[in-house]
Design a protein around this ligand. Structure first.
Ligand code: PLP
Length: 501
């Protein structure tokens, strides 16, 4: 089959392409600056100078002083470190943290951890657009609160919070303020002093920098204790030899952040044209991103009557990368906590796609995207069969023309038995195993909860397989729809790969 396929990357809130300037800097450090910044001889002093310059650059990009920056292995680490350090400094003298239900998992899971240690954690309500009301902050932050934790911009809907206003309220009540500024940097102005926050977190890979490096900001004089103990790196705030190539790559990305900001208005106009185009194709869409007060690049859109898993797979087939915004592969199939918090039902959350553009996205990309979406919604796209779990009966399973491809990872298989006679080709190995999947059989792709199945089914279709289907809610749905069959026949695989990939 011959097809001309564009690649349109619309998942920039998940991560961004590393810019050529960043790549150049990273490579230069890797090639030349191999000295340990903590040592004293010349090559090490060169590394220390790069580290010091990078710290100044990152600090300048967020309105901080260089000594207020601690480099980390990303924003998840920064969020963990800040929350745990604040709790260590203030708990149990003060016992409460106030946060929001739409924070990133690295915040929410750390808050759960602290709650298990006795810290009281309360969540501010958010409205349909995910906004926190100042009145609720006034109501909930009390004398016993030691930290208010609120992200500046949300990764799923793009909503921006009035963190400065919240900081005024929290400070007046004696609480410190932390803000996850990961998604905001490079998209809206970020100045930690103007925001008046005490702690903040940042990640390089959201602004065309390398993955695995981030920073936390601790305002001078605020308490902080290290998450990682060991050497005296980062002024004793984060042990471990610095990943200098990543840190300098982060600095290079920060140097370009002002340029990104200058193009934010254009990006917002592009996003607007995209949403208008979507409305013309499907007037009943619901847009979960507020028209004002949101990141310029983000559009979270609910498409009634669709499944985001299937939609995503169809778009992937056409070279378009988007995010479904739902946790999957956990055996639980929980819809996104952010979409639930803003009031979407589970069904609506499963109809929701997040598009996140970058300054590299152009009008041609939007036109292609709208054409592909129009084709997908009108059924003019290459068909694969969506099989409801109730249809997966003994006749189908035992039919000799049926060939079941189980794309689950080993850890999912531990939680649920598979369909009988499944051939186990974990998702990321499927390309290697095409030779073992017969072209003259009816291929049924099964996954854990219905997210990976469509992706693989469309992939196989693109590789010339004619009869391909996937089970709509995966093995989990089959277990619920056919409990007797699951008990009797589940798990009798004939081709275990024993592959931990
Ligand atoms: N906070 C937000 C809002 C994010 O979007 C992300 C990334 O997905 C993180 C934190 C975690 O960043 P990192 O991947 O650097 O750990």
């Amino acid at each position: 089959m011959f097809r001309l396929r564009r690649r349109v990357y619309c998942d920039n809130n998940a991560t961004t392409m590393v810019s050529p300037a960043v790549r150049k800097r990273v490579n230069r450090v890797l090639a030349r600056a191999y000295g340990n910044p903590s040592s004293l001889y010349k090559v090490a002093r060169d590394s220390a100078a790069i580290l010091s310059d990078a710290r100044r650059t990152v600090a300048a990009a967020i309105g901080a002083q260089a000594p207020e920056i601690v480099f980390t292995g990303g924003a998840s680490e920064a969020n963990n470190a800040i929350l745990k350090a604040a709790a260590e400094a203030f708990f149990p003298a003060k016992k409460r943290i106030v946060s929001t239900p739409i924070e990133h998992a690295s915040v929410l899971k750390t808050l759960e951890y602290l709650r298990d240690k006795g810290v009281q954690v309360d969540y501010l309500p958010v409205d349909r657009m995910g906004r926190v009301a100042a009145g609720d902050v006034e109501r909930m932050v009390g004398d016993d609160t030691f930290l208010l934790c609120c992200m500046l911009a949300n990764n799923e809907t793009g909503v921006i919070q009035d963190v400065r206003r919240m900081a005024d309220i929290a400070h007046a009540r004696g609480a410190l303020v932390m803000s996850d500024c990961v998604q905001a940097l490079g998209k809206i102005p970020v100045d930690v002093r103007a925001l008046d926050v005490d702690y903040a977190s940042f990640s390089a890979h959201k602004i065309h920098g390398p993955k695995g490096v981030g920073a936390l900001y601790v305002r001078e004089g605020r308490p902080f204790s290290p998450l990682i103990h060991g050497g005296h790196q980062e002024s004793g705030m984060r042990a471990g030899t610095e990943g200098l190539h990543n840190i300098d790559g982060f600095a290079a990305a920060c140097e370009a952040a002002a340029g990104l900001l200058a193009r934010a208005r254009g990006l917002e106009a592009l996003r607007h044209r995209f949403v208008e185009g979507l409305r013309r194709i499907k007037p009943d869409i619901a847009v979960n991103t507020p028209p004002d007060g949101a990141l310029p690049n983000t559009a979270s859109v609910t498409f009634p009557g669709t499944s985001n898993a299937v939609f995503m797979a169809m778009l992937d087939f056409h070279g378009v990368a988007v995010s479904a915004g739902s946790a999957c592969n956990t055996g639980e199939d929980r819809p996104s906590h952010v979409l639930s918090a803003i009031g979407l039902s589970d069904e609506e959350a499963r109809q929701t796609i997040r598009f996140s553009f970058s300054t590299a996205t152009g009008d041609k990309d939007i036109r292609y995207l709208l054409r592909v979406i129009g084709d997908c919604l009108s059924g003019r796209t290459l068909p694969v069969t969506a099989i409801s779990p109730a249809q997966v009966d003994e006749n189908l399973l035992m039919d000799e023309r049926t060939f079941i491809v189980d794309v689950r990872h080993w850890y999912d298989r531990k939680m649920l038995k598979g369909l009988p006679n499944s051939h186990e080709f974990p998702l990321f190995t499927i390309q290697r195993h095409l030779g073992s999947i017969p072209r003259d059989r009816n291929i049924i792709v099964s996954c854990q909860t219905g997210y990976d199945g469509p992706i693989v089914a469309y992939y196989l279709r693109s590789k010339g397989y004619r009869n391909v289907g996937f089970i709509m809610t995966g093995v989990l749905g089959w277990k619920l729809a056919k409990p007797d069959l699951y008990r009797r026949l589940g798990g009798t695989n004939i081709h275990p790969m024993g592959d931990r990939s």
